[in-house]
Design a protein. Structure first.
Length: 416
């Protein structure tokens, strides 16, 4: 029987006091597409858009500045790539016209055509219940092998203390049954810039393993726990377009009091097939003591930890009639106060994982010793920043400007 401790679905935040004294990358040719996504009318940059190659599992996401890089193996002879974003019409562009240069790609908003809307159910919860009942129909019932790019960063105010990133392999178990997803690191790198003046180091426990546990459709007993809808009240929000399909937006909020905090958020459910395509949620922080206990794995006794905001985003992408997890982003902000000392700092922890390829053939489970476990610290498992061409043909998430500058600084510090 599947039995996972609830503590595994969040990062264990570990505070440590300082003492101040795979596989071989196959060589093959590929085409690289670089670009910036913007709203066609306003010029606003579009972050976290999905960029994919039709009829393949290849894809990536745009960063917070709307920038992206997509690498496509030449042997695929792919002609187009597609871009989709919440509320925008899916756009298709020629790879041959984009390769080897950085271009700006404009996206048009997609108006809602009310006449396309069928009879709206009276109860928002009925929509969620129907989506849960449709999981076997809408999501893969066979194992998949996925490749993904994972990055996590820790920032103290505006200064990055560490950045770690990796290409990971994922054994994606069927969406029904008792098998669990497994993650292993293919290749990775890190940089750390801890000042001698700092007396506190923050580490994240769980890494990419936590990202996979936030697949709310696969793990209905974790995070927002779709297997117990009585915890929440549900209300209709707006209607939006995702990949040119109409989606209900269902708002949810806590309806009971539990020992551990619940969530506020939104579920996006496609009208045609009742599939959950997106989830945005945040933890209820109204009880600071309860929220603090939820996150902290280990800390000095004299440290007061206060979470100030949380944000979780999970998206799914349809391919060949089935939906698959596509992108996961976690952002945690908190404040640390030392008792009886004039010492206070604000921290921001961010992790994101984008699925960059997927296949269903010749699936082999990982050996136990290869698997990244929930008790591991990701930064302990990857190597230092070195070669600028480190990623080769692997698709990654482009770093935003602040992270890119931080990587350069951390790289220089590693060479000294």
């Amino acid at each position: 029987m599947k039995k996972i401790n609830e503590t595994l679905i969040r990062f264990g935040i570990i505070f440590l006091l300082f003492a101040l004294s795979g596989a071989t990358l196959a060589q093959s040719s590929f085409v690289t597409v670089n670009g910036i996504l913007k709203d066609a009318k306003t010029g606003e940059k579009l972050s976290y858009a999905a960029i994919t190659v039709p009829n393949t599992g290849i894809g990536t996401v745009s960063n917070s500045d709307g920038e992206f890089t997509l690498k496509v193996n030449s042997s695929l002879n792919a002609e187009f790539f597609e871009v989709s974003h919440l509320g925008y019409a899916t756009a298709r562009f020629k790879i041959s016209e984009a390769a080897g240069q950085e271009k700006t790609y404009s996206m048009d908003t997609q108006p809602i055509k009310l006449q396309e809307i069928s009879v709206v159910p009276k109860d928002a919860r009925e929509i969620v219940e129907a989506a849960i009942q449709s999981i076997k129909k809408n999501y893969s019932q066979v194992p998949n092998m996925m490749n993904a790019f994972y990055r996590e960063s820790i920032r103290q105010r505006r200064t990055y203390l560490s950045i770690s990133e990796a290409v990971v392999d994922i054994y994606k178990a069927p969406y029904s049954g008792l098998q669990n997803d497994k993650v292993k690191i293919f290749k990775g790198r890190k940089g750390s810039n801890v000042k001698r003046a700092d007396t506190l180091m923050v580490q994240l426990q769980g890494g990419p393993h936590v990202s996979m546990l936030l697949d709310i459709v696969k793990n209905t007993d974790l995070s927002i726990a779709l297997n117990n809808l009585d915890n929440y009240k549900f209300e209709f929000g707006t209607i939006v377009n995702i990949d040119n399909k109409l989606n209900w937006v269902i708002n949810f909020s806590p309806d009971v009091v539990k020992e551990e905090p619940l969530y506020f958020g939104k579920l996006y459910i496609e009208q045609d097939n009742m599939a959950i395509t997106r989830a945005e949620f945040s933890l209820d922080l109204s009880d600071e003591d309860k929220a603090s206990r939820f996150f902290v794995q280990r800390k000095p006794m004299s440290l007061v930890f206060t979470p100030t905001s949380t944000g979780y985003l999970v998206t799914y992408k349809q391919q060949n009639g089935k939906f698959y997890i596509d992108y996961v982003r976690i952002e945690l902000k908190f404040r640390c106060d030392w008792k009886k000392r004039l010492f206070k700092n604000n921290y921001t922890l961010i992790s994101e994982m984008a699925i960059t390829d997927r296949r269903e053939d010749n699936i082999v489970k990982f050996a136990n010793q290869e698997v990244f476990r929930s008790d591991m610290v990701f930064t302990d498992k990857v190597q230092a920043f070195t070669d600028v061409d480190f990623w080769g043909e692997n698709n990654i998430i482009e770093p935003d400007n602040s992270i890119e500058n931080a990587i350069k600084k951390l790289s220089k510090s590693m060479k000294k």
